[in-house]
Write a protein that binds this ligand. Sequence first.
Ligand code: PEP
Ligand code: MG
Length: 690
Amino acid sequence: MAERTLQVTGRLGLHARAAANLVRVANRFHSTLTLQRLDGDTEADAKSILEILTLAASRGTRLRIVAHGVDEEDALDAVVGLFSRDFDETEREEIDQSAAQQLRCSGLGVSEGVVLGRVLRFQEGAREVYRARIDDADLERERRRFRAAVRLSRRQLEAIKERAEKELGRGHAYIFDAHLLFLEDAKLTRDVEDYIVRQRSNAEWAAKVVGDRLLSIYTQINDEYLRERGSDIEDVIQRLLANLTGEGRKYPNLSEDAVVVSRDLLPSTIAELDLSHVRAIATDTGGWTSHMAIIARGLGLTAVVGLRDFYERTRTGDQILVDARRGEVILHPTAATIAEYDFTRSSAPAIAANVTGVVDSGPVTTRDGVSIALRANVELPTEFQTVRQFGACGVGLFRSEFLLSRPGLMISEDEQYEAYKALAEAAGSDGAVVRLFDVGGEIGNELKERERNPALGLRAVRFNLRNQQVMRTQVRAILRAGAAGKLSLVIPMIADVADVRLAQRVIAEELDNLNAAAIPCAKVPTGAMIEVPSAVLTAEKIAREVDFFELGTNDLVQYTLAVDRGNDKVSDWFRTLHPAVLYGINRTLQAAGEAGIPVIVCGEMASTPAYAVLLTGMGAIDLSMTPAMIPRVRSTLGQIDTQQAREVASKCLESATADEVEEIVRSEFRARWPELFPPSKLPKASEPTA
Ligand code: PEP
Ligand code: MG
């Protein structure tokens, strides 16, 4: 046996990449090599990266290395040499330094607030892991399944490493060496296999338990840099789980100050996440009207979207500042940057702060005596109570597809009935409008095969007509709940009269079936969502077939201008105030007026005070919006005169471009209502707008 004493001198301590080098050197020798901290009794096998990292040996730590075997002296020489060369890390340290440098990224702020927190990387498509008991006879098969997942993960990591080497250079690819070593570390593989056998457990559960155990060791490490490397282990475990379950990856444990960073966040995921701990959201994709943004605003969450490749630059645990007002995120903010913000005051979004105040309710009356209903758009059952809190005239739009919190999972008729009944109760005498499932597009990708062009595909009413079991179940639940409260039903994405007639036939048949079975139910008013240009162009004809219209301005902008509402690359072309969009809205309002049916404007446009004024100028008297925005829209509309709004709207309708309309809005609003519309509340010149 031989031993030497060493000191860690590298700035970043014995971190993952250094440890990977040490493992590689140690594995060249037959002797056992053990590292011991001189200031305690922790020790680690120098051939196990996971054990080395749990030493938490930061700069200055003194270690003893003990070698035992035929080549013990040579092994010690090699290890001492590696320590004296700072683990051959000089070139790579620069990368680590730059990784910890402040990084600003611009996107689009879609709500309010400034939040300082820690990154929680979130990858879509993940699933929970469940425990299953395995029969003795099947334990060997379970271990083989685990080994196969390790092999598959290795192949994936090698491919990623190769690509990263080509695209980013050897320095960046190096971290995947460490991932490969984690994956094959006996501390992980042996422990998982032991757990499978001892606990008669399925491989997924065993990998999760062992992984959680390793991660918990990391969270106790004092050195911040080393602690954050826990996310590398987390990454590897998630990969293994994904390969075992054949599903995606999941990060279920949220810390108090979690900032969810994701490439893309499906609304169904938001519905499923425990949001009580999430402080902010930052995503690579998305736009002002994507559902993720709408929900973030509804919940008062600070959110910045459209950050392009930001996700790739982060690690779980990194410090992050999210500034939704400026539409910016700052990774590893310096002390000076943090000092620019005043975090002693509440940095929660102002819109969320309204929840506790006493608010007015009922319709708002403009200066010239026009009564305008202000309703709530709701997505999640947890939002039902906000209808009252923000003084809404009932629910103008319930996006019922959010009941399908996991894509692919349909809920039963009785569960839906309970949800619609609760909705009707929350809405009270003003009633609630339930939209038939608007799945397809960005929601519910797994309900069907992926389509090349989902926004133009089997979405909304088309999906319902093709999946009649789903549609009939929902319709029955709505008709039954209609007997217990005031409900209406709206059919999404109507393109023409034929769509309306087909959907209404199904509704009429289900009403007959319920009546024939003597099940309590009620015929409910039926409306059409007008959000597709062909529906605008045939609005008079559709108006004769339905009880009311709902104007979905989010999709109307998307389809009229052929601009994907969730694609940040084209957000400059998403112009709510485009004359073609205003023309469509105006035409729809007129057609409904002539047919004598009401119109609820329920797109995000109604949530923005300046746009709400313009809508009233075109004759809208029924607006539905994110509940938290109601007090603000109420206060604005209560101080304007619709006659003046009409004058501005007619000038806008005569304009040729979105820029011209925005200029009219800026100058006219400033001149007519200077206190209501300071420049910050108006569309900015030549910038993307809501
Ligand atoms: C719309 O399109 O404007 C609308 C209200 O519906 P969604 O945003 O859910 O598509
Ligand atoms: Mg829509």
